[in-house]
Design a protein around this ligand. Structure first.
Ligand code: PMP
Length: 412
């Protein structure tokens, strides 16, 4: 066993067929998990099984295949909801975090935001938790305001309190930054927002895959996440929402399945969550996400988190020895998710990523869809190594050697 107890990483790696491949003749060291994770065989099998045995549309057909597909899709919804402590009836399955924030922007925002209102988000957000609110604010004549950051990459809670005095309509915040790794106290943020009368949206794209999450105890109105970052397929994710709120909202997309009755001049809507699942949904990938949730649950999210805390601690310690290594965000691994963004002296991140790729190492380089944050950091781009259950200390050692090689080439 590798050093990263509590997980048996060797056994876990064997579940991921892609980790058997080589890149440029080297073992693939996949450290781009914040962008998307790899898929275990059970997830791949769930997709193949659906298409080979019971592919059918759902909620419509009374034939055997239709009933089996419907049961599997709804079972997946139940698993995903349970995984985040939400009721199944309050969980909308959709494409992912980006579609979820856009759903809120239209289905909630059109009715609830007026000229002169304030919307609040933060400087550390991914564009998918900024741009929808910008579009909404601009259309309605509302103001979008940003909570700034402290030097250590945490939120400036004093400034947040000040913004709450403006009685914002919406507070949208990430649970965990995809760049800094900062884990925000979203329960506290939502409690304060609720007292100020705001509706709350939490971006869980980087938290649900990496730590135990319970939306009830967070107390948010909406919680969004993406399946492909939690060992599931692309094209599927979820929005957990307070049922009464979802019920009070207008539909997002119109079409089949989301209606109760259609007349020539008006229609009535299906119950939540179906009201928000117009047209033929992504059946196969929802079932695949259910399989991913089963896989993660069998490991245990407490263990996943503990594993990543130890990896982050080891990585920060190990990489600090590389000349020119400059990490961003909190340095306490207990306050950080499974990502380390950094620069290596003034080596361009794309050059660095190219050199690392030659060593079989996959990292991300660029602005990480967080341009306001990059401006705050005063860098055009950064490199990012991000972890999941199949990474271990040996991957960090390979990354260190790769950075040293790049450092030698660029005379850092
Ligand atoms: N929020 C955060 C914090 C993210 O890291 C990402 C993905 N990089 C997203 C939102 C958007 O997720 P998706 O592209 O799956 O909609």
């Amino acid at each position: 066993m590798l050093k990263t107890e509590p997980l048996d990483v060797q056994r876990i790696r064997a579940d991921f067929p892609i980790l058997r491949r080589e890149v440029h003749g080297k073992r693939l060291v996949y450290l781009d998990n914040a962008a998307t994770t790899q898929k275990p065989q059970v997830v791949i099998d769930a997709l193949v099984d659906y298409y080979s045995r019971y592919n059918s549309n759902i909620h419509r057909s009374v034939h055997t295949l239709g009933e089996e597909a419907t049961a599997a899709y709804e079972a997946a919804r139940g698993k995903v909801a349970k995984f985040v402590g939400a009721p199944a009836k309050g969980l909308v399955l959709l494409r992912g975090t980006t579609e979820a924030t856009n759903l809120i922007r239209f289905a909630w925002g059109e009715e609830n935001v007026r000229k002169g209102d304030t919307l609040v988000t933060t400087l550390m957000e991914h564009h998918s938790n900024i741009v929808p609110w910008q579009l909404l604010a601009n259309k309605k004549g509302a103001a979008l305001k940003f909570v700034g950051l402290n030097k250590d990459g945490t939120l400036d809670m004093g400034q947040y309190e000040e913004l709450l005095k403006e009685s914002p309509k919406l507070v949208a915040v990430t649970h965990c930054s995809n760049v800094l790794g900062t884990i925000n106290d979203v329960a506290q943020i939502c409690t304060k927002a609720r007292r100020a009368g705001a509706t709350t949206v939490v971006d869980g794209a980087q938290s649900v895959p990496h730590m135990p999450v319970n939306v009830e105890s967070i107390g948010c109105d909406f919680y969004a996440f993406s399946g492909h970052k939690m060992l599931g397929p692309t094209g599927i994710g979820a929005l957990a929402g307070k049922k009464e709120l979802l019920e009070s909202m207008e539909p997002f997309h119109g079409g089949g399945e989301m209606i109760k009755e259609v007349f020539l001049d008006h229609s009535t809507w299906n119950d939540v969550p179906y009201k928000f699942e117009a047209g033929t949904v992504n059946i196969a990938d929802a079932i695949g996400l259910g399989a991913a949730v089963d896989y993660l649950s069998a490991i245990g999210m407490d263990k996943v988190r503990e594993h990543e805390v130890r990896l982050i601690e080891y990585a920060l310690e190990t990489l600090a020895k590389v000349k020119g290594f400059h990490p961003y965000g909190p340095t306490d691994p207990r306050k950080k998710g499974g990502v380390i963004s950094f620069n290596l002296a003034d080596v361009h991140p794309h050059d660095l990523a190219t050199i690392l790729d030659e060593e079989g190492i996959a990292i991300r380089s660029g602005h990480h869809c967080a341009q306001p944050l990059m401006r705050w950091l005063d860098v055009a781009a950064a490199s990012r190594a991000s972890f999941h259950v199949y990474n271990s200390y040996d991957d960090v050692d390979v990354l260190k050697a790769g950075l040293e090689k790049a450092g030698a080439i660029f005379k850092v």
